[in-house]
Design a protein around this ligand. Structure first.
Ligand SMILES: Nc1nc2c(c(=O)[nH]1)N[C@H]1C(S)=C(S)[C@@H](COP(=O)(O)OP(=O)(O)OC[C@H]3O[C@@H](n4cnc5c(=O)[nH]c(N)nc54)[C@H](O)[C@@H]3O)O[C@H]1N2
Ligand SMILES: Nc1nc2c(c(=O)[nH]1)N[C@H]1C(S)=C(S)[C@@H](COP(=O)(O)OP(=O)(O)OC[C@H]3O[C@@H](n4cnc5c(=O)[nH]c(N)nc54)[C@H](O)[C@@H]3O)O[C@H]1N2
Ligand SMILES: [Mo]
Length: 651
């Protein structure tokens, strides 16, 4: 095991688009510090604020170090043998009595590395269990952009070096993708302009030259207003529109039907901002638009994203270096997709992830007899989280694989303690760039913690498919990474540091050929009228539950951010309600109420309140109790930011 001065190469597996290259510094058998790997072409040696907190969390006394079984309401330590014997018996019993679909496999976002594909494959060998469809994260963006371009491809972050203008549209890299910051800073240093479009004064406002604050959920109207203005001025890229797009007539007709007054009122942005943005997209070209996940979290998120794509096309920014409307990357893309194992069984039942609570409760044919949850905390992070808790309580046996006794563990029967990323060997791809990076075993897992790979291999020895499934880590990695090896990536290079996926483009769609049925870019042709939400009067504020700079979703532990959630409100609104900065208050939604501490922000829109997502219910937060479990119209995403609330002073 490496110790002492030479740090061990690692790649961050936190649920973050950065997937930074890291170096793990080891002392006395423990990782004591993570620093940025200077050889990584995206994070370039930088590291975010969460890295020290992550090391603290992994070395925390709260980390669970042995398997736990709930007996009469309390956790009791058990051996791995007993834990996995019971888990295997219960899996077999469900398959025999109710069929494999009575087992739910819930795969979270906590770790998405190559070997995790084998978790799903285990359940495929069982005969195919109930799995998830839709997502709590980026499904809407993928689906919307795929309608316009064909399967979503984004500009490589290093292409930002060619941009003269960078638009951060519903994205907050200063908090949520710190690994992008070197490129944004370098862009500013060479004179590029940065524009932020966000209803909130986010951490990224500090690097923006211009900040436009639309009403939440109305960006489609903002993008269409800019496109309409560009066309009225005659500034559009007529050649691109004529040669490479479909639906031009219908798109122009849509713009003609919407007046500027209507569009500006809908997004609550003034005409001057439209002129500024239009010039940024035309005179400031090449203009790179980075769409965040902020736009996904609406029922009509696809219209918002498609309207921004269309603005990119109108302004001639598609397919050019330094341009593009970029969103995400496929973090599972580099691996052999057959190994998920879906071809091992007939099509099976799926549950909508955004409505997992009611899906479990309503399942009858067969009912859910057992649930296995890996790297997830749905009782905290899924919407309508009290219903999720109730649903898990209705399941006879719930297994969770994690590191801490979080909100989800409170509703589980068996807890299997897992290794941290730098305690195992694996390969990591990213949803924010085109590189894969290695994980080496910098230290042994503490106590009895084990990697999920080890756990599933051990579990499988109790099943007849062990012969096909149980292989060494190296054997599986070679199979999973076959597509990369076939493209000429050398096996040894994969373990030395970050490797670029050979055929990933720096500038997608540069040849003007799109991956749509007609081979052309698809302009959108309709948007839904912007009738205000029905609950607006009773629940006057849009609740934005954003990614906070200090934590990655619910990756916390007791003592780290306990107590009421901090709710940011426009100062004038809070004062009108008699709420001084720091006052306790109650936030109310149609689902219930939650104690909060009010924080003033003089720059916030009066119709918006905001707090960080991810605080645990059991430490006094749990904001997802107030968020209804809806589904976005395209992509089966989760419209978290559609939630409306009221805020009341305590009497
Ligand atoms: N530190 C930290 N990093 C994270 C995370 C975290 O929780 N903490 N979460 C990780 C995950 S899971 C993901 S998916 C990514 C998400 O990364 P981001 O997309 O950057 O994060 P969000 O905070 O979801 O949303 C981005 C911004 O969208 C804004 N926004 C909300 N509604 C609207 C709107 O209607 N229009 C516009 N234009 N903007 C809007 C919000 O105010 C917010 O500042 O970050 C990852 N990185
Ligand atoms: N209100 C609100 N809620 C949201 C969102 C929002 O915008 N607003 N955004 C949503 C988004 S974008 C996302 S991606 C989801 C995330 O939803 P989840 O994936 O359910 O939530 P996380 O908090 O990321 O939980 C990840 C868990 O994985 C564990 N973990 C980390 N590494 C490992 C490992 O190596 N092995 C194992 N076994 N466990 C590990 C962590 O301890 C943590 O408990 O939340 C969503 N929830
Ligand atoms: Mo996410």
């Amino acid at each position: 095991m490496p110790t002492g001065a030479t740090p061990v190469v690692a790649t961050c597996t936190r649920d973050c688009p950065s997937a930074c290259g890291l170096l793990a510094h080891v002392e006395n058998g423990r990782v004591v510090k993570l620093t940025g790997n200077p050889d990584h072409p995206v994070n370039l040696g930088t590291v975010c604020r969460k890295a020290p907190a992550f090391v603290r969390r992994m070395n925390s006394p709260h980390r669970v170090l042995s398997p736990l079984r709930r007996r009469n309401g309390t956790w009791v330590a058990v051996s791995w043998k007993d834990a996995l014997d019971e888990m295997a018996d219960r899996l077999k019993d469900c398959v025999d009595r109710l069929g494999p679909e009575s087992i739910l496999y819930y795969m979270g976002f906590g770790e998405r590395t190559a070997l995790k594909i084998l978790n799903a494959r285990f359940f495929a060998h069982l005969g195919g269990v109930t799995t998830l469809r839709g997502t709590l994260c980026g499904g809407t963006g993928y689906a919307a952009q795929s309608l316009d371009y064909g399967p979503r491809v984004s500009h490589d972050p290093v292409d930002l070096a060619n941009a003269r203008t960078i638009v951060l549209w519903g994205r907050n890299p200063a908090a949520t993708q710190f690994g992008l910051m070197p490129h944004l800073r370098q862009a500013r240093e060479r004179g590029a302009k940065v524009v932020l479009i966000d209803p909130r004064n986010s951490e990224s406002a500090a690097l923006a030259d211009v900040h436009i604050r639309p009403k939440p959920g109305r960006d489609a109207f903002l993008a269409l207003a800019v496109a309409k203005y560009i066309i009225e001025q005659g500034w559009q890229d007529q050649e691109f529109l004529a040669k490479y797009t479909d639906n031009l007539e219908a798109f122009l007709d849509l713009l003609a039907r919407l007046s500027f007054e209507e569009l500006l009122a809908a997004c609550d942005v003034d005409a001057l901002a439209i002129d500024v943005l239009a010039r940024d997209y035309i005179i400031g070209r090449p203009t790179a638009t980075l769409l965040g996940w902020g736009l996904h979290r609406f029922t009509l998120g696809h219209e918002m994203i498609r309207a921004v794509d269309a603005l990119g096309a109108v302004s001639g920014n598609i397919g050019i270096p330094g341009g593009g409307v970029s969103q995400g990357f496929e973090e599972w893309g580099p691996y052999d997709q057959d190994l998920w194992g879906t071809n091992l069984h007939p099509p099976r039942r799926t549950f909508l992830m955004p409505q997992i609570g009611r899906e479990i409760l309503e399942a009858s044919d067969p009912p859910v007899g057992m649930a296995v949850i890996t790297a997830a905390n749905p009782v905290c992070m899924a919407p309508n989280s009290d219903l999720v808790a109730k649903a898990l309580d209705s399941v006879p046996f719930v297994v969770t694989m994690n590191m801490f006794l979080d909100d989800t563990a409170d509703h589980a029967d068996l807890f299997l303690p897992c290794a941290a990323f730098y305690e195992q060997r694996d390969i990591v791809a990213s949803f924010g760039h085109n590189l894969v990076g290695p994980l080496l075993r910098a230290v042994d897992p503490p106590g009895e913690c084990r990697s999920q790979f080890d756990i599933f291999m051990d579990l499988a020895t109790r099943f007849p498919f062990a012969g096909e499934y149980v292989k060494s880590e190296e054997a599986w990695l070679r199979l999973l990474l076959r597509p990369l090896l076939e493209k000429g990536v050398a096996w040894d290079d994969l373990w030395r540091g970050p490797v670029r996926i050979p055929d990933a483009p720096l500038v997608p769609w540069a040849n003007g050929r799109f991956d749509t049925p007609s081979g052309r870019f698809q302009l959108l042709t309709e948007v839904t009228a912007c009738a205000d939400c029905r609950d607006a009067a009773r629940y006057p504020y849009h609740l934005l539950t954003v990614g906070g700079a200090r934590h990655l979703c619910s990756e916390r532990e007791p003592g780290d951010g306990d107590g009421p959630a901090e709710l940011t409100m426009a100062s004038e609104v809070a004062l009108r309600l008699g709420l001084a900065d720091g006052s306790p208050a109650r936030m109310v939604s149609p689902l219930g109420s939650l104690a909060v501490t009010v924080r003033h922000d003089p720059t916030l829109r009066p119709d918006v309140v905001a707090c960080d997502r991810g605080g645990w219910q059991k430490t006094g937060q749990g904001v997802n109790r107030l968020i209804p479990d809806m589904v976005s119209e395209v992509g089966q995403g989760t419209p978290y930011y559609e939630a409306r609330v009221d805020v009341e002073a305590l009497s």
